[in-house]
Design a protein around this ligand. Structure first.
Ligand code: SME
Length: 157
């Protein structure tokens, strides 16, 4: 890192996770710590959660933000299920333009889903899901940084 530059917020998230892992945190605790740290890292992130994939169903592991009724989402349904079905991260600038969308909150405008996969086999284990009340909230840099966190989490399975 160049002298005088600040660590990125995601570098801080990964640093927190590595410290928790070194203290012996379990996989569940690390998934919870990741959600808390990501949400705290950036005010644009109004809702952050991790869904885990169990067969053809995504199950909400933990989240920070407004309560959601979507604790189980079938593959192919909504933004979350589409990301798994299409095996790709999805950045939606404005969810009002989507038909295949499950509303978590009427305030939500933007959504970013980043897949958590096994680094060797590529098997999908789940995803980080972020919502923002601001249209177009998620930048290419957010995508890159969250991908680094997801890659770190993908090694835990
Ligand atoms: N909006 C998601 C559902 C999850 S909530 O945002 C927490 C979707 O369309 O899959």
């Amino acid at each position: 890192m160049p002298v005088g530059s600040e660590p990125t917020s995601v570098a801080t998230v990964i640093g927190d996770l590595e410290a928790a892992q070194a203290r012996g945190a379990s996989q569940d605790e690390l998934l919870e710590a990741a959600v808390r740290a990501i949400e705290a890292s950036e005010p644009r992130y109004d809702w952050v959660g991790i869904y885990l994939l169990d067969g053809d169903m995504l199950t909400l592991h933990n989240y920070v933000g407004r309560p959601t009724e979507h604790s189980r989402i079938p593959v192919g349904v909504g933004v979350c299920g589409s990301a798994v079905a299409e095996r790709r991260d999805i950045n939606v600038p404005d969810v009002r333009e989507l038909e295949n969308y499950l509303a978590c909150s009427v305030e939500t405008r933007a959504e970013l889903v980043v897949l958590i996969s096994d680094p060797v086999s590529g098997r999908i284990h789940g995803q980080i899901d972020l919502d923002s009340d601001r249209p177009g909230a998620f930048t290419p840099e957010d995508e890159r940084e969250l991908r680094r966190v997801a890659d770190w989490l993908g090694r835990l399975f």
